[in-house]
Design a protein around this ligand. Sequence first.
Ligand SMILES: O=C(O)CCC(=O)C(=O)O
Length: 267
Amino acid sequence: MARAVPAAELANHEGALARDGFAIIKNLLQDDEIGAVRTELDRLHAACGFGGNEFTGLRTKRVFNLFAKTRVLDPLLINPAVLRLVRSALGPEAQLSIASTMEIHGEETAQALHQDDAYHPSAPHPPLVINTIWALTDFTHQNGATRLVPRSHLRQDPVDLREPTIPAEMPRGSVLVWNGAVWHGGGANRTDAPRFGLSLNYCCGWIRQQENQYLSLDPTLVSSLPEDVQKLLGYDICQFVGWVDGRHPMRAILPEVRARIHAGQGR
Ligand SMILES: O=C(O)CCC(=O)C(=O)O
């Protein structure tokens, strides 16, 4: 079971996320939970090569579409402490945008600073994306901890890409939560051991998800998941956005309803 974070600690993190653009919740996962997640992600990494360019990382391994491939991450997706921070910024209808691993191997160079909500045309703007990276190894300056420019989500102009950053150092089992408008990047790994991060990136419920969860996930699989997981994967209505032929997406996902809709017979 993940650590239950006391209310006062959570309130501090919420303040830091709004003020500095990021917060670190330390030691959320116990060793056995980290072990279970790592076993599963290592299995998925077995067939995975390094990235194809400097941005994705010539010495970095990434696996995407994780919720189609394993159930071991469901408890992390709905972790109450993380969701409290995510929802404090994005509102109650926040959803997953993209899930991926980021395993930075030795000799990787620092990734260019960037924003995760760079598609928005102006700055500063209300929070649209809250990203998280779960540390499945310790994160240190030496091994490539995510680097951030604090408070850069409040700026109007892009940062100088050589601007000083701070490394999000944290023990394994911790999670870094940051506003997608904060300039950040993966760090250089100057050690012999990989730095393993799991990124669960959330966005407002009315924004298009970075990873298309409707085509990425099999409808039969989605129907079998708990309701809170379905909703976070985007199978929900956000105000008046997300209907399927006048129905809630979870009604329309039923095979007989899908068949009628696709046959043009509607609901
Ligand atoms: O691996 C990290 O620490 C962050 C990577 C990142 O920001 C990205 O790939 O967009």
